[in-house]
Design a binder for this molecule. Structure first.
Ligand SMILES: Cc1ncc(C[n+]2csc(CCOP(=O)(O)OP(=O)(O)O)c2C)c(N)n1
Ligand code: SF4
Ligand SMILES: [Mg+2]
Length: 308
């Protein structure tokens, strides 16, 4: 399509870069120990470091509750609240207008796992297939957090939720493979326990054009029934044990593992969260799943290494 500027719009407006608190500002109502809060702060810092800014597009989720009511919103950038099903479509539209007008800044979709793995998947897939020029970040707390903790397709097997009181039977959906299958330019996983890796990946995403998908493992003390002070340690254990590997996929074709698991036993991860009942977790199956996951990723990274 030939880009034509929308008449009457300012062309080449200067970027107003983010400051460190440009996204999540003090006074927000998020729970203590919320991984989403830390993720937003890290994202804001990375945008500030890059001298970049953004418009946020957020469907129903804790992240839009965080925004609060105008004029006391916790977000320091323009923020559009959308329905679950439309967030990627709205972000695509905003990004198209921005590009037509050569306006600066990123369009970032910030969505929960319910809005990503489940209810918004159709428009996310459509945006990925069209290679829309947006960054989509899913903060994955593995639960429908803001409506009382129902299961989502990101909830891991064994986790008790308000709709799986005896523990979920099905395992977590592999959203990274789904997104990689769209052959988008960049897909990567993020952890708040690895801030340098987080910053590097945001930097890569900011300097890439087209559809970028980032998956953040986002501890939720309220839903995970964990100590708020354990949040960073929990997601560190998830990376160290191979439960939640840190890796990148370029063009759906080449792979890079960013942090090698250190052989930690995933048992500690489960023991520290009361959503997992010891007798409902098959630890040997969980250990096997970690090792199978890493084996598959190593095979892909060896066969199709990312040259970056
Ligand atoms: C179509 C539709 N169904 C259900 C709801 C109710 N609802 C609002 S937020 C939410 C949970 C969102 O879960 P997730 O996307 O994982 O974000 P989190 O709350 O965990 O931050 C639900 C079910 C809604 N707003 N729209
Ligand atoms: S319910 Fe969970 S995701 Fe939502 S604000 Fe609280 S800790 Fe964060
Ligand atoms: Mg969620």
């Amino acid at each position: 399509m030939t880009a034509t500027a929308v008449p009457g719009r300012l062309q080449n407006r200067p970027t107003i870069p983010c400051s460190e608190e440009c996204l999540l500002r003090p006074g927000n109502t998020n729970c203590g120990g919320c991984g989403m809060s830390v993720g937003l702060t890290m994202l804001g810092r990375a945008l500030a470091d890059a001298g970049d800014t953004c418009t946020l597009v957020i469907p129903a989720c804790c992240g839009i509750v965080t925004a609060g009511a105008f004029p006391t919103t916790s977000y320091g950038v323009p923020t559009i609240a959308t329905t679950f099903a439309s967030s990627s479509a709205v972000a695509s539209g905003v990004a198209t207008i921005r590009d037509l007008n050569a306006e600066p800044g990123q369009v970032i979709c910030w969505a929960g796992d319910g809005g990503t793995y489940d209810i918004g998947l159709a428009t996310l897939s459509a945006a990925a297939e069209r290679n829309e020029n947006i960054i989509y970040i899913c903060y994955d707390n593995e639960i429908y957090g803001n409506t009382g903790g129902q299961r989502s397709s990101a909830t891991p097997a064994g986790a008790r939720t308000s709709t799986t009181p005896r523990g979920k039977i099905e395992d977590k959906k592999d959203i990274m493979s789904i997104m990689a299958a769209h052959r988008i330019p960049y897909a990567a996983t993020l952890s708040i326990a690895h801030p340098d890796d987080f910053a590097n990946k945001i930097s890569t995403a900011l300097s890439t054009t087209g559809m970028r998908f980032l998956l953040l493992h986002s501890p939720c003390p309220t839903g995970w029934k964990s100590d708020p002070g354990d949040s960073v340690e929990l997601v560190r254990l998830a990376v160290a044990s191979g439960l939640f590997p840190l890796y990148e996929v370029y063009d759906g074709a080449s792979y890079k593992i960013n942090v090698e698991p250190d052989g930690s036993d995933p048992a500690e991860y489960f023991h520290r969260q009361r959503r997992f009942e010891d007798e409902e977790i098959d630890l040997n199956a969980a250990r096997r799943a970690c090792s199978d996951r890493m084996q598959r990723l190593h095979a892909l990274a060896k066969q199709y290494p990312a040259d970056r």
